[in-house]
Design a protein around this ligand. Structure first.
Ligand code: FMN
Length: 239
């Protein structure tokens, strides 16, 4: 099984998203997967021109010359792709959205209605990679990810995408916080992510127990808000 992670954080390898992806991929690799971790911030990805050349002039290929041709090849040759992004204004980052827009060549322009009455584009290829969503955010509640959940739901229902797992982590900045008392908490969470990676490779899905544990807060919400505000007060005017 080949798993490719596309990380849309502008903070790349220094980010909280990376902590999640790294642990997940470690577990997946341990279970036998071939893994690749791509930081989109380091790639040259121009925004979609909306010219539809990838549909009409050069079907399946964008006319812009940048890293997207190579990334699309990696995307399509994967069994599983991880869409990894911090939550920005309730959604994916601009880097990730840019990448998502540029994936449009993999479908055909023609419309088709599915059995639920929803219109979608006709598939260009016989097979598409399954998908996993990994995201973290700054606020403490797990329901901050409502838009990403809706997006995954629509991917499942309309595009018939196989979304194998959605892993969301509120209180995300704790993942890179350099604080001694947090070490065991973060260590435990990373082990859980590793287990999630293993489960995807061995069974193609997360166990109910893993799903439940992944949703638990890292620290109590009130404590998180209190400590975050203390940090924010100290930082204001410093940077
Ligand atoms: C422009 C911007 C928008 C953000 N929007 C949200 C948001 O809507 N909800 C939230 O909980 N956190 C939000 N955050 C916080 C990030 O999701 C959080 O810091 C995350 O840990 C960053 O992950 P990274 O280190 O991988 O980049 C935002 C941060 C930035 C810079």
């Amino acid at each position: 099984m080949k798993i490719t992670a596309f990380n849309g954080s502008p903070r790349g390898a220094h980010g909280n998203t990376h902590v999640m992806v790294e642990a997940f991929l470690k577990g997946a690799e341990k279970a036998g997967a071939e893994v690749e971790n791509i930081f989109l911030v380091n790639k040259n990805i121009k925004h979609c021109l909306g010219c539809f050349a990838c549909w009409f002039k050069t079907p399946g290929r964008c006319i812009q010359k940048d890293d997207m041709e190579d990334l699309l090849e990696k995307y399509m040759s994967s069994d599983v792709v991880i869409c990894a992004t911090p939550l920005y204004v309730d959604h994916v980052t601009g880097i990730m959205k840019n990448f998502m827009d540029r994936i449009i060549p993999i479908v055909c322009p023609q419309f088709q209605k599915d059995e639920c009455g929803q219109t979608k584009h006709v598939h260009r290829y016989d097979r598409y990679p399954a998908m996993i969503m990994i995201s973290n955010c700054g606020f403490p509640e797990q329901d901050q990810f409502a838009l990403l959940k809706l997006y995954c739901k629509r991917m499942r229902e309309i595009n018939k995408a196989e979304v194998l797992a959605e892993i969301y982590r509120s209180q995300g900045p704790l993942l890179t916080a350099d604080h001694l008392v947090l070490k065991p908490v973060i260590g435990k969470y990373k082990r859980l992510l590793m287990k999630a990676g293993e489960e995807i490779v061995t069974g193609g899905k997360l166990s109910d127990d893993t799903v439940k544990k992944l949703e638990e807060p890292l620290i109590p919400e009130e404590l998180y808000i209190q400590q975050t505000n203390k940090y924010m007060d100290e930082m204001v005017g410093k940077v």
